[in-house]
Write a protein that binds this ligand. Structure first.
Ligand SMILES: Cc1cc2nc3c(=O)[nH]c(=O)nc-3n(C[C@H](O)[C@H](O)[C@H](O)COP(=O)(O)O)c2cc1C
Length: 423
C-alpha cells in the first residue's frame, strides 16, 4: 500500500468542488483569539519600545471592519479566509521591556501574557542549543480548527502558508531593526506541544531565533501549562492530526546561512507593512518590467533556515509592459501565449488570477512538507511587501485546481500556493 499522502488527498478539482460544496455553520465559527486567564501577568505593548514594536509588526492588528452585527479585525499578516489560525509564543532573555520569561502574544489586546519566568532554564535545549540565547526565540503554532472549520482537510496547507506569512512578517521586522535571525523548523515540537498543554488542538510548526548565543549553559524548562481553549467550538480532524504527526520528523535537508539583502527604504517599508491589505479586484492595468524584476529579486533573495527546500516560482505574465505574454519559470520563458483566462480558471475561476498583471504558482517536489510549505508562505509574504511597496496590489490564492495547474505547468510537483499581483 502507498503511504498516506496528505497533499494528494487534499487536491481540489473541478469535480471535487462541485460534488462537495462547503456549507458553513456561521453560528459556530471558532474564536480567532486565544487568551490566557487573568491571573497571569500581562504587559501592554508599546510601539515606541523597539522590542515591543518587533512583535506588533509581526502579527498585530492594523484594521477593524464593522458590518451590522459583526466586527472583525485585520492584521499585519494576511490569512486564508481571514481565519487567523496561528498563535505566537516567545522566550525573552535580557530584553528591555520584558522580564526574562516565556510569553504568549495576546493579539486581541495588543499585550503579552507572561506564562513563566526563566533564569538559567529556557526553551533552548528543545531547539538543540546548549547555551542560553540572548534575545527572542519565537515559536509559531496553529490552532487548526479555526481553519478546518471552513476549509476541512485542506486546512493544514493554509495553516502552514499562514505561518510562512508570519515568518515573512518577522523577517521584515528584523530587517527594519537590523537584527540577525534564523528560522528553525527542526526542533522538539512534540515535547513543546506537551509542555504548552496544547492537547492535539494546537501544534508548533516553526521557530525563529533572534539574537546571540551566550556562554551560559541552558537548563531544560520546568514548565507545564494547563490547556487553554483557543476556539470555543473545537471539532477534531483526524486527517490533519495524522498529517501533522507524519510530517514532524525532518528528512535530511540543506541549511541556508546566507542573509538576504533587501534595498527598501525602511520608513517606507514600515508604512507598507502597516498598510498592507489583500487586493480584492484588479482593473487590468499593466505594471512595468522594471517593477516585475525588482519584485522577483526580493522573492529570490536567500531565506535563512535549517531546511531550505527548493520552491519553484512560475509566473503567468498577463500585463507587464516590455515582456512577452506567456508562462515563465522565474526569468526563463517557457511558453508563449495569452494565458490570463486559463490562470483565472486554474485559481478556481477567481477573477484575481485572470485580471492580474502576473499570476504566480509556487511548486516543489521536495520532501520536508512542513518546511517547504512554510517557505512558500514566506515567498508569498515577500511578494505582498515587494508589490505593495511599489503601489501594486497583491493577493494570496490558496484555492486552485491542483492537477490542472500541473498539466498547465507541465510538471509533477506539489502545487503549494498561487498569488496574483496587479492594479
Ligand atoms: C494562504 C492564503 C490564501 C488566500 N487565498 C485567497 C483566495 O483564494 N482568494 C482570495 O480572494 N483571497 C485569498 N487570500 C487573502 C485573504 O482573504 C486575506 O488575507 C484576508 O481576508 C485578510 O485580509 P488582508 O490580507 O487584507 O489583511 C488568501 C490569503 C492567504 C494568506
Amino acid at each position: 500500500m502507498e503511504p498516506f499522502d496528505y497533499h494528494q488527498s487534499t487536491k481540489h478539482s473541478y469535480f471535487s468542488i462541485r460534488t462537495h460544496p462547503n456549507r458553513l455553520d456561521w453560528d459556530n465559527q471558532p474564536s480567532q483569539f486565544k487568551s490566557y486567564p487573568q491571573h497571569f501577568k500581562k504587559i501592554q505593548l508599546d510601539y515606541s519600545n523597539p522590542n515591543h514594536r518587533l512583535l506588533i509588526l509581526s502579527a498585530g492588528i492594523t484594521a477593524k471592519k464593522s458590518y451590522p452585527g459583526v466586527e472583525y479585525y485585520l492584521r499585519i499578516n494576511p490569512s486564508a479566509g481571514a481565519l487567523f489560525p496561528c498563535e505566537i509564543y516567545f522566550q525573552a532573555r535580557n530584553l528591555d521591556g520584558f522580564e526574562n520569561g516565556i510569553y504568549h502574544f495576546e493579539i486581541e489586546s495588543n499585550s503579552v501574557t507572561l506564562l513563566q519566568t526563566i533564569s538559567s532554564d529556557g526553551i533552548e535545549s528543545y531547539l538543540g542549543l546548549e547555551k542560553q540565547q540572548e534575545g527572542f526565540i519565537f515559536l509559531f503554532s496553529s490552532i487548526y480548527y479555526r481553519s478546518s472549520w471552513k476549509y476541512k482537510n485542506r486546512a493544514l496547507r493554509y495553516c502552514l502558508l499562514d505561518t510562512g506569512h508570519l515568518l515573512g512578517c518577522v523577517e521584515a521586522s528584523c530587517y527594519l531593526q537590523d537584527r540577525a535571525y534564523q528560522i528553525q523548523y527542526n526542533f522538539d515540537k512534540k515535547r513543546l506541544n506537551s509542555i504548552f498543554g496544547f492537547k492535539k488542538q494546537e501544534f508548533f510548526t516553526a521557530a525563529i531565533i533572534i539574537g546571540n548565543l551566550t556562554e551560559e549553559k541552558s537548563e531544560p524548562l520546568s514548565m507545564q501549562l494547563d490547556f487553554v481553549d483557543g476556539t470555543n467550538t473545537f471539532e477534531s480532524n483526524e486527517l490533519i492530526e495524522f498529517a501533522y504527526a507524519q510530517t514532524l520528523e525532518q528528512i535530511s535537508c540543506d541549511k541556508s546561512y546566507i542573509m538576504p539583502h533587501f534595498s527598501y527604504n525602511k520608513t517606507a517599508l514600515e508604512d507598507t507593512m502597516v498598510k498592507r491589505r489583500s487586493a480584492r479586484e484588479f482593473f487590468k492595468r499593466a505594471i512595468s518590467k522594471v517593477e516585475f524584476e525588482a519584485i522577483m529579486e526580493n522573492l529570490n533573495a536567500p531565506i535563512i533556515s535549517d531546511c531550505d527546500e527548493e520552491v519553484s516560482i512560475y509566473c503567468v505574465i498577463n500585463r507587464v509592459q516590455g515582456m512577452q505574454l506567456g508562462l515563465y519559470l522565474d526569468k526563463q520563458y517557457l511558453k508563449e501565449g495569452d494565458f490570463q483566462s486559463k490562470a483565472g480558471y486554474l485559481c478556481l475561476e477567481q477573477e484575481l488570477g485572470h485580471f492580474s498583471a502576473v499570476t504566480f504558482f509556487l511548486t516543489s517536489n521536495a520532501r520536508n512538507y512542513q518546511a517547504l510549505y512554510q517557505k512558500a508562505g514566506i515567498i508569498g509574504h515577500r511578494l505582498y511587501l515587494a508589490a505593495n511597496y511599489l503601489g501594486i496590489g497583491c493577493s494570496g490564492i490558496g484555492a486552485y485546481y491542483d492537477d490542472e495547474v500541473n498539466e498547465f505547468l507541465e510538471n509533477n510537483h506539489k502545487v503549494l500556493y498561487a498569488l496574483a499581483i496587479g492594479n
